[in-house]
Write a protein that binds this ligand. Structure first.
Ligand SMILES: NC(=O)c1cnc(N)c2cc(Br)sc12
Length: 317
């Protein structure tokens, strides 16, 4: 490796580390001026050696020309939708069906905030971000790699050379939504109705420069296709995704029975306003993966998970 290639690799790693600390851990270690200086140094050195620019360089997050259209992507592992629960009795009925179906008395659940955004799937090949797609109809989505690359909490390279597909929710934080609508109103443009529509509208743009300017973010919460997958529980998978460098929502909790689940749900019902992003409920999953394989799915949703839906929140203004 030449001295220039070593210098480029060092600068890229430095920017990737800064991005991870700022956008994934929400814990920047250097002032913005230092980040800008290193990024400018990297751009300058790549401009002097264009033949050494790599697709995973942080300077390549925002692509060049707008796409002519979207290509279709098949989800080899379908992206399922969730059955809904609207009250405590629905949750107790779900728990009873689960324990009867498994012929067990006790089941560990994992509760997670249901992020109100756009479900996406990210595919990594040997640790490199290859392709990202919308959920679409669950089997066929649209390739939006060019827009997902602009989200700085999505790593272009993960910490192991894994070939793995991960699923999550891309979203627009409330603060970014308010600023975007203020700017749109000033330009006499139609404001977005809610952060979810704003995120979806941003990710469906053909020009990546538009998505890059929308301050989108993401939380990952599931694994799709993963040949080497061996972890026995969903909670272990969340921890592993975090170790790979993915952004995991920190509010997830393991619950040992439906009473604990109901307490968690009621706790968040009245604290949504405290969050920097919108949620529309709580997702409850059986923790043990072997139980997922026993209960399987109905035509469109898993029997081993359910979404508790919150009443519609008053608009973010
Ligand atoms: N943590 C999760 O599983 C989760 C969070 N937020 C969401 N909007 C969804 C949707 C499905 Br389907 S799962 C899920």
């Amino acid at each position: 490796m030449s001295e220039v290639e070593k210098k480029l690799a060092t600068l890229r790693q430095q920017i990737n580390d800064y991005n991870y600390q700022y956008h994934v851990l929400d814990a920047p270690t250097v002032p913005d001026a230092e980040y800008d200086h290193v990024m400018q140094t990297l751009r300058q050195l790549e401009a002097e050696h264009p033949e050494l620019v790599t697709v995973d360089s942080p300077t390549q997050r925002v692509g060049g020309e707008p796409l002519a259209g979207f290509t279709k992507v098949e989800h080899t592992v379908p992206m399922l939708s969730l059955a809904n629960a609207f009250n405590e009795q629905d949750l107790r009925n779900f728990d009873r069906r689960v324990r009867e179906g498994l012929a067990v008395d006790q089941v560990d659940y994992v509760c997670e905030l249901k992020i109100d955004g756009l479900a996406v799937s990210l595919r990594y090949q040997d640790g490199q971000f290859q392709q990202g797609a919308t959920r679409g109809d669950g089997s066929i989505g649209e390739d939006i790699t060019h827009n997902l690359r602009t989200i700085r909490s999505i790593p272009l390279k993960i910490k192991e050379k894994q070939t793995i597909e991960v699923r999550g929710e891309a979203f627009m934080p409330k603060r970014s939504f308010l600023a975007l609508n203020e700017a749109r109103l000033e330009r006499e443009e139609e404001p977005f109705a809610n952060p979810r529509n704003a995120a979806a509208g941003s990710l469906r743009q053909l020009d990546p420069k538009i998505a890059a300017a929308r301050n989108l973010d993401i939380y990952l919460y599931a694994v799709g296709k993963w040949e080497a997958g061996t972890l026995a529980t969903h909670s272990e998978r969340l921890t592993y995704l975090q170790e790979l460098g993915f952004k995991i929502n920190p509010e997830w909790r393991k619950c040992q029975d439906i009473d604990e689940v109901i307490n968690y749900v009621n706790g968040w019902l009245n604290h949504r306003a405290d969050l920097a992003y919108e949620i529309d409920g709580i997702v409850i999953k059986i923790d043990r993966i072997a139980y997922h394989d026993i209960l399987k799915t109905t035509a469109k949703s898993p029997r081993w998970a359910i979404a508790f839906k919150f009443p519609a929140e008053e608009a973010v203004t």
